[in-house]
Design a protein. Structure first.
Length: 420
C-alpha cells in the first residue's frame, strides 16, 4: 500500500522511517522533501477540514503550482479528493480538496487508573464508532499493553478495518512523561523509548504523552483554546493535572514534567497524597476526593439520596453517583461539590497571579458538575486574587467530555507523524 511510504515505521523494520528520510543522493533528497510536504498537507486537512489550493499554499508557504502538483499525485494515490468549487470573494471559485474518507485510520487510547478507552478515527477525524471501554488500568506492569493490543484488534475487527490502514496509535497516560527520552517516569521509570517498546506489541507506530497535555492539545486544535494564545487547561479526574499554552505554544518544561498542579500543598497537615506529601490540592479537589468525602459523610451520619443510589453499599459511591444526587437536589452532595469548587478556586488564584492567562479551561470528570462549581470558584477567586489580573481571565468548562482524551491522542499521533 502506498500509504506506508508516508507513515510506515512498524512491523519488523523499525528503521524504515530513518532510512526513508535519510538523505543519500539528490533524488532521495527530493523524494524526502516531497513526502514531507504531502504529510503536511494531510495534517492541515485533518486538523482544519477541506481547504482550497490557495489556502494550502499560504499555510505551507509553497507555490500554488507546487501544491497543485502534490494534490494531483495524492488524488492518484487515493488519499485526497476534489470536493467541488468553494465560495469566492470575487473571480473564479476555488476548488476545494479533502481527504478520502477511508484513506487511513488513527487510533486514540485513554488509559487511567480505572480503565481504558479505545476510539478509531478516520482520515476526516470522524469517530467511526462509539468509544469502547475496557477494564485495563494503568499500573507498572508492561503486560497491560499486550492486553490493550488484544482489545484494539477486537475493535478493528468489529469495525471491519484492516490493520494496515491504521497509520498510528496515540495514547494519553497518567504520570510524569519525558518526551525527549520517551519515558513514563511514574509507571515505567526504567524503560526508555517506551513508545517504541509498545509499538513492537501493537505492530504500529505509537505516540504517547501525559493526559493533561493531550487534552490541552485537543482543546487547542478542536475546542475552547483554538485560536487562543495564553490558556491553561485543568484536567481534573482521579488526579489534577495542568496543561499550558503559552504564547500559542504548548509548554512542557525542561523534562516534560510541567503541570503537576495537583501536588501543590494547599492544606497544612492535610491528608496524605499518593505523591507522599500531605495536603496536596489533589486530596481535596479531585474526583477521588469527591467520592471519599461522600463516603466519609455518610459514615458520619449525614442524610443523602446517595444511600438509595448505591443500595446502602458505600463502596459503590463514585463521582457519577455524587453528581447525579446533586443534580437531583441532594444538599449533602451539593455541599461536597461546593467545597471542591472553593478549593479549586483557591488553587486557580495562584495560576492567575502567576500566568495572567486569557482563559482557564476546566475539563475531566469534574467538568460534568460545572453548575455546582462555578459560583464557589468565582467566589474564591474574587476573595484571594488581585482583581486587576483576575478580571482578564475567563473560566470555562470543557464541552469535549470523555472524547477529549481519545480525539486528542489520535490527533497527537497525526501531528507527530506529520512532523517526523
Amino acid at each position: 500500500m502506498f500509504l506506508k511510504n508516508y507513515f510506515r515505521n512498524f512491523g519488523e523494520d523499525y528503521a524504515f522511517m530513518e532510512n526513508l528520510f535519510k538523505s543519500s543522493g539528490q533524488s532521495q533528497g527530493v523524494e524526502q522533501k516531497k513526502i514531507s510536504q504531502k504529510k503536511l498537507i494531510i495534517r492541515t486537512i485533518y486538523f482544519n477540514g477541506p481547504v482550497s489550493n490557495a489556502e494550502l499554499a499560504r499555510n505551507l508557504l509553497l507555490s500554488t503550482p507546487k501544491i497543485n502538483s502534490l494534490l494531483q499525485e495524492m488524488i492518484a494515490e487515493g488519499l485526497v479528493k476534489e470536493l467541488g468549487p468553494g465560495d469566492s470573494s470575487g473571480g473564479r471559485r476555488p476548488a476545494i480538496y479533502g481527504l478520502v474518507e477511508d484513506g487511513f485510520y488513527v487510533v486514540g487510547i485513554t488509559m487511567n487508573i480505572k480503565r481504558s478507552i479505545i476510539s478509531i478515527f478516520n482520515s476526516n477525524n470522524r469517530e467511526i464508532a462509539p468509544p469502547q471501554f475496557f477494564p485495563v488500568k494503568m499500573q507498572p506492569d508492561f503486560q497491560i499493553f499486550h492486553q490493550l493490543n488484544v482489545h484494539l484488534n477486537e475493535v478493528l475487527e468489529q469495525n471491519h478495518i484492516p490493520k494496515d490502514k491504521v497509520i498510528a496509535v496515540g495514547m494519553e497516560l497518567p504520570g510524569l512523561v519525558n518526551q525527549t527520552i520517551g519515558i513514563n517516569k511514574t509507571y515505567f521509570p526504567d524503560i526508555e523509548n517506551l513508545d517504541q517498546e509498545i509499538a513492537k506489541i501493537f505492530g504500529l507506530p505509537v505516540f504517547f504523552d501525559n493526559d493533561a497535555k493531550i487534552r490541552t492539545f485537543a482543546e487547542q486544535q478542536f475546542g475552547l483554546a483554538k485560536g487562543r494564545k495564553q490558556v491553561l487547561m485543568l484536567h481534573i479526574d482521579w488526579g489534577v493535572g495542568l496543561g499550558l499554552i503559552l504564547n500559542g505554544e504548548l509548554y512542557s518544561g525542561k523534562s516534560g514534567f510541567s503541570g503537576e498542579f495537583g501536588h501543590i500543598p494547599m492544606v497544612e497537615n492535610g491528608l496524605l497524597c499518593q505523591c507522599g506529601k500531605k495536603g496536596c490540592l489533589e486530596t481535596i479537589a479531585s474526583v477521588m476526593a469527591i467520592a471519599r468525602m461522600a463516603r466519609e459523610g455518610l459514615e458520619a451520619g449525614n442524610s443523602s439520596l446517595l444511600s438509595n443510589l448505591v443500595d446502602n453499599n458505600l463502596d459503590k459511591i463514585d463521582p457519577n453517583t455524587v453528581i447525579q444526587a446533586a443534580q437531583d437536589g441532594d444538599q449533602f452532595c451539593i455541599s461536597i461539590l461546593t467545597e471542591v469548587g472553593y478549593w479549586l478556586g483557591r488553587g486557580i488564584t495562584h495560576l492567575i497571579q502567576i500566568f495572567n492567562p486569557e482563559l482557564i479551561i476546566i475539563g475531566g470528570k469534574v467538568a460534568e458538575a460545572g453548575q455546582f462549581l462555578t459560583a464557589p470558584i468565582h467566589q474564591a477567586i474574587f476573595t484571594y486574587s488581585n482583581r486587576d489580573i483576575s478580571n482578564d481571565t475567563e473560566i470555562m468548562f470543557s464541552a469535549m467530555g470523555t472524547r477529549a482524551g481519545t480525539i486528542g491522542a489520535a490527533a497527537f499521533a497525526v501531528e507527530k507523524l506529520a512532523n517526523s
